[in-house]
Design a protein around this ligand. Structure first.
Ligand code: GRF
Length: 225
């Protein structure tokens, strides 16, 4: 009797490409890392269906257009109130049958209805080793300023699932980066991006697309293939 059981990994691979939305607010270097990995085959079985920014001037939107990906600006200030923005953002994701939401330097609080609609299907890249230097007020250069003023010798980046808190969801991947003498926040940010963020986020997306990420009691297990 042929064994006709299909593992979740095989099932994941048999499915059509996973549709992802990338949410951005700024320069989009993390988005570019994802686009490059899809183009080079470092990420497979994924379609970047849309890039959404709250900021019409975000260079990340130009990166999306250059790659032939739909670039959408949904700005909170264009709506009567935050609830209307929240509903519009959720609607844009659902209309496009998004299966994974990727936050790549996205600076708007994720609406609770979006978190509820995508349990363990929203990932964020944070530029520190969570639980250090994270939570409310820790974003962008502020994270690296705090790391330098604390005098840590090692920092890094974390990819985690997004829950209703701020930087509190299950940790998927982390990578350490050495702090060097003479580092400024800008120098350290660049090193963390180059050595950690731009590697971790594409890898996490690829693992999720291939059904290799399991969450049990708030902790992630990577099914190494
Ligand atoms: C950077 O501070 C990065 O560390 C964090 O988001 C910010 C913008 O990144 N993840 P990007 O260049 O827009 O991807």
């Amino acid at each position: 009797m042929l064994d006709n059981t299909v593992s979740s990994k095989q099932a994941a691979e048999a499915k059509p490409p996973m549709r992802i939305a990338v949410l951005v607010s700024g320069g989009g270097t993390n988005l570019q890392a994802i686009l490059d990995e899809v183009a080079s085959g470092g990420i497979t079985d994924v379609t970047i269906a849309v890039v959404i920014s709250n900021n019409a001037d975000a260079y990340a939107l130009s990166r999306a257009k250059n790659a032939g990906v739909e670039a959408l600006c949904i700005a909170p200030k264009a709506f009567a109130d935050r609830e209307a923005y929240n509903e519009a953002l959720l609607g844009a994701l659902q209309e496009r049958k998004i299966e994974l939401v990727v936050l790549a330097g996205f600076l708007v609080v994720i609406p609770p209805q979006v978190v509820a609609a995508y349990p363990n299907r929203i990932v964020n890249i944070h530029p520190s080793l969570i639980p250090s230097f994270c939570g409310k007020g820790y974003y962008g250069l502020k994270v690296h300023e705090a790391a330098l003023s604390r005098g840590v010798k090692v920092t890094g980046a974390t990819v985690h699932f997004v829950d209703e808190g701020t930087d509190t969801g299950p940790i998927i991947l982390q990578k350490a980066v050495a702090v060097q003498t003479g580092d400024t926040p800008e120098i350290l940010q660049r090193r963390v991006m180059e050595e950690a963020e731009w590697k971790l986020l594409p890898r996490a997306i690829n693992l999720i697309a291939h059904g290799a990420v399991e969450v049990t009691d708030g902790c992630v297990r990577i099914i190494e293939t």
